[in-house]
Design a protein around this ligand. Structure first.
Ligand code: THU
Length: 137
């Protein structure tokens, strides 16, 4: 699975975003070490706080299906009703969820389309993460 293919999956996931309040649609595609891909979109709520980001939707779908090992995620986002015009980075809460399950070299592809893809590691976007190791020092 190359990064362009994973971005295509994220773009497809974005089509299902439920965003009546922000009108900002995000899609994610999470590649498991097993080779399976889980898609996720953001899902909003009239009371706002239950809103779930695309990245967390993908992680929670995967973990709830028994997956625990991941190699990469692709993320695309921008104003709904148009293709992404900018790069959309995972929010802080999603970075923390990624840190729960992924190693420091987990790959994060942030894309506008299949031709414009930025590549980061978890360590790049969440250095000094608070993790399990901090609890049991
Ligand atoms: N959102 C995501 O789904 N992922 C991100 O990386 C950033 C933000 C969603 C949450 C909300 O539905 C909308 O984008 C605006 O914040």
């Amino acid at each position: 699975m190359d990064k362009k293919e994973l971005v295509k999956e994220a773009l497809a996931a974005r089509e299902f975003a439920y965003t009546p309040y922000s009108h900002f649609s995000v899609g994610a595609a999470l590649l498991c070490k097993s080779g399976k891909i889980f898609r996720g979109c953001n899902i909003e709520s009239a009371s706002y706080t239950p809103t779930n980001c695309a990245e967390r939707t993908a992680f929670f779908k995967a973990v709830s299906e028994g997956e625990r090992e991941f190699s990469a995620i692709a993320v695309v986002g921008g104003p709904s009703e148009a293709p992404p015009v900018d790069f959309c980075f995972p929010c802080g809460v999603c970075r923390q969820v990624i840190a729960e399950f992924c190693s420091r070299d987990f790959k994060i592809y942030i894309a506008k389309n299949t031709e414009e893809i930025k590549e980061y590691s978890l360590d790049d976007i969440l250095p000094y993460a608070f993790t399990e190791k901090d609890l049991y020092k």
